[in-house]
Each structure stands twice: as C-alpha cells, then as structure tokens.
Write a protein that binds this ligand. Structure first.
Ligand code: GLN
Length: 463
C-alpha cells in the first residue's frame, strides 16, 4: 500500500511503529498534490511550510516515545471558508482574495492540539453557494473519478482531495448538503453533524442557522475519528453544545443488527430520480434487511416544500451575513462578488423587506417547523432514516450552470436535514456507469454514533 492510500488508523499505526515518519507521510502527500492537482484543481492554497514544520515537530514527539492522539501527524485539507491563522482564506471569492486569517477557527484549534498537519485550503463555490464547485471565483474543481464531471459542491475541493488521495481527510461545511453531495459524487464519506455539535467559530458564515462543519473521509471509521476530535462546546460559539452530550443508551445496542429499525421515506423515491441510483439504494436496503434490520416505510409529508423554504431562509440569512463585505472593512470592492452571490443577496434582501417579510420569510420559517415535526414523528418509530444522497450521480461540467433550478434540485434529499438541524452521513453504495452513488443515513439529534455505526455495518459486511 502506498503512503497516500492509508486511512487515519492505518497511518496512525504506521507512525507509532515507525514504519515511516510524519515527514515522509507529509512529503508523500505534497508530492501527490504536485503531480495530480494540475488536473483536478482541488486546492486554492498549499501550506507546504506549515505542513513540513508541523511534521518535524510530530517526529520529535514520536522519537521521545510520547503517546500521540490518533490524528497526530495526519495530513489534512481544509475548506477555504475555515480560518487558519496567518493563512489566506478566500471562501472561494475574489472579494477575499487577499484576506489573511487573523485567528484559528474553533475546529482548527482542536485539530492543531491533536497534531494534525495542514496541507492546504480547498476550492469551493463562492461563499458555499452552489452544488458543483463551478461558482468558485477562481476555477472549477474536477471530479477525480471523471475529469469531465463536477465533484459536487460546495465542498467540492475537499471531497476531490480525499478521493484523489491528496490528503487523508478533509473538512467541509454543509448548509444544505455541501458535505454530503460532493462526498457522494466523488465516492467518499461525508458527515454533517447535528446543528451545534461542532463550533462554527471561524467559519465564514453563509446561513448561520444552517451551517455546520464536518469531516470528509475515506471510511466511516475515519469520519468518526475526526468528528470526535472536532465536536464539543466552544465558548466562542454560543450555539455549540457540550461534547459530553450523551448518545442515548439504546444507540449502541440498536445499531447492532437485530434491533435496528430503518425508515424509508416514501417522498424520497420520486419521479426524476436516476434509475441506477434507485437500484443501488434499494440494494442497500436489502442488505440491511439481510443483516436483520427492520425496514419500515415512513412519511415525511412536508418534504416537497423544503427546497422552497430553504431558498428563502438561506438567502435571507446570507444577505445579512454578507453585508459586512462593504468594501471598507475587507479590502476588495463589492463588484468582485460573483453572479450567484449577488442573486442571493438580492433575493434575501427582498424576502426580509418590510412589505414581504410575512409573505415569504415568516411562511418559510413555519414550513421549517413542520419539517422538523415530520422528523420528530418519524424518529418515534425508527432509529435511522435511509435515503439516496442525491437524485443523480455527478453531472458534466457546464451542464447545469444555465439553469439554476436544476442545480438547486441536486440538494433535494439533503436540504431538509439542515432545516431540521439533524445529523446525516453520506457513504458510497455502488456505482452507475462507473460513477459513485451515495447513500444517506439521517439520525435523530446528537445521534451521530448511531448513524456512524449503521454506516459501518454497511461498509464492513459484503453480502
Ligand atoms: N447547494 C446548496 C446551495 O447552493 C447548499 C450549499 C451548502 O450546503 N453550502 O445553497
């Protein structure tokens, strides 16, 4: 096995047994990036100096036989809307093209304490607005599985970097699907945590009531390791909660095959879903059934309004968050905003205006509550909800740029989860004409462990 193919636990063991040094591991990835990223364009910034310095520090600790955290010496990539002190942070926007982060994000502080090595910052749709990475203010990222296709968005650079072995794991952010969609398009694992499970301090805000940071990894086990390292209360983010929140006692036991109840929402198997995607997901359902899980059809009746509600709430919050880029406090001029960003600022300003607030924003908030109630009801009956991550596999570059509605529809299965604030995992469940397909497992609040264990079951057992 090549150094750049290792998972986190494999790399950790290798470092501990001194099969290779942190410096060798880091150089293997930097070399891979130099060779491969000319074709994929996953990175916006490579932080080579920072990476090499940290690798040497970790090697000193290893030589002193210190017991190291699982993530010590592990090379990672970070989405370019998460601040690393003294490193450029653009959020994929020309408006921030010269912005140097003055402090570390909460998750970066935690990863630094764990000894993670930062290889660089990854490409994304501008301010995380998009589903394909084509809205990046710099260049589009390509899908490593097929260079003519998009990697998904908005964390496309992070997913592509993991899929192309240009890092062991990456961080992304998910406001309406931006971790899970690119994970599914690139054939890797992505976890969107419960709202509040992970600090948003130092995450460049898009829609603050929806945004969450989470891991993109090669395996479910790795997603769990990274999540454990980044979760928890941060005094700088009042919406974050204590990491000692308990997974309900039943979670572990019921993720064992016999008692596991999986809900299949009928509203998620709609017209327009790719036949191969549906087949792969139905195959996954049968696999769980063979393992002894109980499969139950459920209903999430307000699903059809989720996309509309999201495209009111998200632009409303974004229009307020992005008002800070007024050309005074942040060097560049407002005209450097891309088209999609301008569109959403205008939309959000409109829906929040005095005359239209009740007709749009308030109604959308009511729908949000109804969507949440749908899930509450469902989780009284089942442990986990299983759906496809996206209605189609990765589409071609340029295919949807002229029709925003078809682009927005890519998130139809992921968006309700953000509106409700729930955790969800996307993991690979097969291929359609060589393109990866993602399976989504949605859990109840703070039941990340349960969806991770359920995902692990699928990954472990080949039937
Ligand atoms: N694709 C969705 C949007 O464009 C979600 C983006 C995200 O999750 N950051 O808003």
């Amino acid at each position: 096995m090549k150094l750049y193919e290792l998972t986190i636990s494999q790399a950790h063991r290798g470092l501990e047994k001194k099969e290779f040094s942190a410096l060798e591991l880091t150089n293997a990835y930097l070399e891979k990036i130099r060779k491969q990223d000319k074709k994929i364009f996953a990175y916006l910034t490579i932080t080579e100096k920072l990476a090499l310095k940290k690798a040497k520090e970790i090697d000193v600790l290893i030589s002193k036989k210190e017991k190291l955290p699982l993530l010590a010496g592990i090379p990672a990539a970070i989405k370019d809307n998460i601040l690393i002190e003294d490193i450029k942070c653009t959020a994929g926007s020309k408006i921030l093209k010269n912005y140097i982060a003055p402090y570390d994000a909460g998750v970066i502080q935690k990863l630094k304490e764990s000894g993670v090595i930062f290889l660089g910052k990854t490409n994304m749709d501008e301010f995380a607005m998009g589903s394909s990475c084509e809205n990046s203010g710099f260049f589009p990222t390509k899908n490593p599985v097929d260079l003519e296709r998009v990697p998904g968005g908005s964390s496309g650079g992070s997913a592509a970097a993991v899929a192309a072995d240009m890092c062991i794991f990456a961080l992304g952010s998910d406001t309406g699907g931006s971790i899970r969609l690119p994970a599914s398009f690139c054939g890797v694992v992505g976890l969107k945590p419960t709202y509040g499970a992970v600090s948003r301090y130092g995450l460049i805000a898009m829609a603050s009531s929806l945004d969450q940071i989470g891991p993109i990894t090669k395996t479910v086990e790795d997603a769990k390791i990274v999540f454990e390292a980044i979760k928890g209360k941060d005094i700088m983010d009042s919406t974050s909660v204590d990491s000692k929140f308990k997974t309900p006692a039943s979670a572990k036991a019921s993720a064992g095959k016999q008692n596991l109840k999986i809900g299949i929402p009928k509203e998620y198997f709609i017209k327009g879903i790719d036949r191969e995607v549906e087949k792969a997901v139905r195959r996954a359902i049968r696999k769980y059934e063979k393992l002894g899980a109980k499969i139950e059809e459920i209903s999430l009746p307000h699903t059809e309004y989720a996309l509309a509600a999201y495209y009111i709430i998200m632009p409303s919050e974004a229009s307020s968050n992005l008002a800070r880029y007024d050309g005074v406090r942040y060097g560049e001029l407002r005209e450097k905003f891309g088209k999609e960003v301008r569109k959403r600022i205008m939309l959000g300003t409109y829906t929040l205006s005095a005359g239209y607030y009740e007709a749009y924003y308030l109604r959308a908030q009511k729908i949000r509550t109804l969507i949440k109630q749908d899930f509450n009801k469902a989780f009284k009956k089942v442990d986990v909800i299983l759906t496809p991550t996206s209605p189609t596999p990765a589409f071609k570059l340029g295919e949807k740029v002229t029709n925003p509605l078809t682009m927005y529809l890519s998130d139809i299965f992921t968006i309700s989860v953000n509106l409700a604030g729930l955790p969800a995992l996307s993991l690979p469940c097969g291929k359609a004409k060589g393109l990866p397909i993602g399976l989504q497992l949605i859990g109840n609040f703070f039941e990340e462990d349960k969806i991770l264990e359920t995902g692990q079951l699928f990954e472990d057992i080949k039937l």
